[in-house]
Write a protein that binds this ligand. Structure first.
Ligand SMILES: [Zn+2]
Length: 112
């Protein structure tokens, strides 16, 4: 079941580990985190390989609706401790900028 959500979600390197479906509000919430093996980190500021993890945080992003349901993805992100830059939050191409939207959501809204 969780694997199926991971497949349709299409967030490379990430898997769905929890989900909630609100039938009244027609809303799906998916929690995702890195797959095992997807654990090499680079500092988003300088690109250096980083071993140290400061903490894990959750970031919620509105995603495209699916099957008539609105959708939110909650992504586990790491705050990395770079020896040169200090603590930096990793960045995903699917979550550009600071706005609480996924890239594909922003692309779709931009088209409208
Ligand atoms: Zn750095």
């Amino acid at each position: 079941m969780e694997n199926d959500w991971t497949k349709v979600l299409d967030f490379p390197g990430y898997r769905v580990y929890r989900r909630e479906i609100d039938e009244k509000k027609k809303h799906v919430t998916l929690w995702i985190r890195r797959k095992r093996g997807n654990r090499s980190f680079r500092c988003p500021a300088c690109g250096r390989k980083v071993e140290g993890i400061h903490e894990a945080i959750e970031r919620a992003a509105r995603d495209l609706p699916c099957f008539g349901y609105t959708a939110t993805v909650i992504v586990e992100l790491y705050r990395l401790r770079c020896p040169d830059c200090g603590v930096k939050t990793e960045q995903l191409p699917q979550l550009p900028g600071k706005a609480p939207y996924t890239k594909r959501f922003e692309d779709e809204v931009g088209k409208a």
